[in-house]
Design a protein around this ligand. Structure first.
Ligand SMILES: [Zn+2]
Length: 278
């Protein structure tokens, strides 16, 4: 899939040279409260170029920094590169509940992504999740970190390599941050990112599972044991559609021979593609 990529130049108070080696990527969402993810995406681009994006103290004095991120991803999978990786935001997930020297500064070591999401309950789009998986897999390959979800809410004196979310950092804990929140499909993201990292088509991975060859899927780097059956079926549907094969879903009666076959495949389905058994 080819997605659009844009670049902006952030306002000078929002960037500085990166001060530590890159160990991973951190996921945020915009929560701009606008009318749609499209509007939140463009509003965030504007905000990251604005002189008004400036933290102030209780007397209203400017503190010389503001909120920013390395990249923004919109609902059609479009991405804005805000800064190169040798620069870091002056703030996106700073020190939090514990503080230095026990706690590390996430921005120093992690490339930050903003997903356009106006509110906590706005669903993320499929292209958005596909694009962030693709990009973080590329980061993982470039900087040699694993696609493992890390929880930094307590403290870490040594920043572990991997992927985290603002709501799983000590800063997020202190500030009560809920991004990217409960709508973020983490299992799908991890599955896709690992498939991209291994250079394997995720559809192929899921097809192996559905076709009763989980060991084959494991061999090519899949960790799909928690992928729900709806996600698997959607993926298989896309495989067939790519191949130009008509997709017909049929209901399966509980306890029927087909149902029993499905249980043996490890799924818990009440519908399945007819093609699977032809
Ligand atoms: Zn955030």
């Amino acid at each position: 899939m080819t997605y659009k990529t844009e670049r902006i130049t952030p306002a000078p108070q929002l960037v500085k040279p990166r001060t530590g080696p890159i160990k991973g990527s951190v996921i945020h969402s915009t929560r701009g409260g606008t009318s749609s993810p499209e509007v939140d995406y463009s509003a965030t681009k504007n905000w990251f170029t604005s002189p008004n994006n400036m933290a102030r103290n209780s007397q209203g004095q400017p503190l010389g920094y503001g909120g920013c991120a390395s990249r923004i991803i919109g609902p059609a999978g479009e991405m804005t590169i805000v800064m190169p990786d040798d620069q870091m935001p002056t703030y996106s997930a700073g020190y939090g509940a514990i503080g230095p020297p026990v706690e590390f500064l996430v921005d120093q070591h992690y490339i930050s992504y903003e997903l356009a999401q106006p509110t906590i309950n706005t669903p993320y789009t499929d292209p958005q999740i596909d694009r962030i998986a693709m990009e973080i897999a590329l980061d993982a390959k470039t900087y040699g970190f694993p696609i493992i979800m890390r929880d930094f809410r307590d403290d870490q004196t040594v920043p572990l390599p991997g992927v985290t979310r603002h709501d799983r950092t000590a800063n997020g804990r202190k500030l009560g941050k809920s991004d990217p929140g409960h709508m973020f499909p983490e299992v799908r993201f991890v599955t896709l990112a690992r498939a991209y990292l291994e250079g394997v088509d995720d559809m192929k991975v899921i097809a192996y599972i559905l076709e009763g060859q989980p060991e084959q899927a494991l061999l090519i780097g899949a960790h799909l044991e928690h992928v729900d059956s709806r996600t698997q079926l959607d993926a298989l549907k896309r495989i067939y559609q790519r191949r130009g094969v008509e997709w017909v879903e049929v209901a399966v009666k509980k306890g029927s021979p087909d149902w029993n076959d499905l249980q043996q495949l490890g799924g818990h389905y009440d519908r399945l593609p007819r093609k699977l058994f032809q």
